[in-house]
Design a protein around this ligand. Structure first.
Ligand code: PHE
Length: 406
């Protein structure tokens, strides 16, 4: 079978593909906003401590399971012991759910990358631009379709010629781009209406200083919880992805060294993302902490306004959304590959058939998620909109269960 023969060409290919999965919108948008919200340097220290302990253990165990069994997530758990089959199924549900909304967010990123690359950045900075876009019934679905089409094409090309080939150039480029913008944001300076001057370096200081004033136990626990959920999401652990990629790793590639490299890559990008976003927003929002702490709107509403105010903002914005696109794409590939490998193991399909069927599923569900912002916005589950509900079930319910049981 072609499946058994598919593997990464060597350690570098494996590490870059796994880092491609790990580095995603979570690093570029969730990490900076959590850091800004959770006491700057304090969050950084807590997160780093978790990466070095928990994160390391989780990543090693996921990859080791894959490397040893050479199976997709569901069959890997079943092979270890039939009683673990339910764990495989729980694990499998995580990427099944995440994929649907990752496709939608990937579509938004594609749209913004295209706007900035075609020089229409001013439009994106207008009030209500983002809301008008995501609530419209057709356009966001089409962008999700484009994003998923590219993902499916790469997955269809297989482990070495698709996933590895793409990750090998996208990941290094991404690292350089994020570092360039991070350095650029150190040089920013802006005088607001009151004559108050704010600089990028002050923003950096805000980001790095551990803000412990008035810290209570419950607040600390909240920070710990935020860091923990960020860790699972960012490392793509406990969702079958690293099992799948581990199953394509050659037996003689070093496990712990690879995990260290993946973690260093992932954490560096998250740290640099904070360095590029926190100071930029700090400088242009007049040090307003509110603006920094906002979730999704940070990337699609606040940043376009920041770029609009910045010298060379159009170019920086284009570079920024391009790198976000690369990050989202390599993560989306890993989600799709995980699902494709599971249905192939289960039904014996070839790669083409698996890719097409998973692709159709994602598009149909993705369309529902997308419409959840527009025509279907009346649908609320436990008070959540559709996207937030899927996010809640996968990240706050299933993933912790899987992590605790493994
Ligand atoms: N690890 C990715 C990130 O940080 C998110 C992701 C989750 C990717 C699940 C794939 C699967 O954004």
């Amino acid at each position: 079978m072609e499946k058994k023969a598919s593997h990464f060409s060597g350690q570098l290919g494996f590490v870059l593909a796994a880092a491609g999965s790990a580095v995603g919108v979570g690093n570029l948008w969730r990490f900076p906003y959590l850091a800004a919200k959770d006491g700057g340097g304090l969050f950084l220290i807590v997160y780093l401590a978790l990466v070095l302990t928990f994160g390391f253990a989780l990543l090693v165990s996921d990859i080791a399971i894959g490397r040893r069994t050479k199976q997709s997530a569901v069959s890997a758990y079943t092979q270890m012991h039939p009683k673990w089959k339910f764990l495989g199924i729980l694990t499998f549900l995580v990427p099944v759910l995440i994929m649907t909304y990752y496709a939608v967010i990937g579509g938004w990123v594609t749209k913004y990358a295209i706007i900035y690359l075609t020089g229409a950045s001013e439009a994106a900075a207008a009030d209500n631009y983002f809301t008008a876009f995501i609530t419209s019934p057709v356009s966001p679905v089409i962008y999700a379709l484009i994003f998923m089409g590219v993902t499916a094409f790469i997955v269809y090309n297989g482990v070495q010629d698709g996933i590895e080939a793409v990750s090998k150039w996208m990941m290094p480029v991404l690292l350089v781009l994020v570092a360039v913008i991070a350095i650029y944001s150190m040089t920013l300076q802006h005088t607001d209406g009151n004559g108050q001057v704010r600089t990028g370096l002050q923003g950096l200081q805000y980001y790095l200083t551990p803000h412990v004033e008035g810290l209570t136990v419950s607040r600390f626990l909240q920070i710990l919880l935020d860091a923990m959920s960020q860790l699972f999401f960012s490392l793509s652990v406990s969702m079958g992805i690293m099992i799948t990629y581990g199953s394509y790793m050659k037996k003689n590639n070093p496990l712990e060294k690879s995990v260290r490299q993946i973690e260093i890559f992932d954490t560096c990008v998250a740290f640099l993302a904070g360095m590029m976003i926190v100071p930029s927003v700090f400088v242009f929002s007049g040090g307003n902490e509110e603006a920094l702490s906002k979730g999704p709107s940070l990337m699609f509403i606040t940043l376009p306004k920041v770029f609009d105010n910045m010298t060379l903002g159009g170019v920086i914005g284009a570079v920024f959304f391009l790198l976000v696109l690369f990050a989202a794409l390599t993560s989306s590939i890993s989600l799709m590959e995980t699902n494709v490998s599971i249905v192939r193991d289960k039904f014996g399909w070839d790669r083409g058939k698996g890719t097409v069927i998973v692709g159709i599923y994602v598009l149909l569900m993705g369309a529902v998620v997308s419409l959840g912002f527009g025509p279907l916005s009346f649908i609320k589950i436990l008070g959540f909109g559709i996207l937030d509900f899927f996010d809640f079930v996968s990240n706050s319910v299933l993933m912790p269960i899987v992590a605790i049981l493994t």
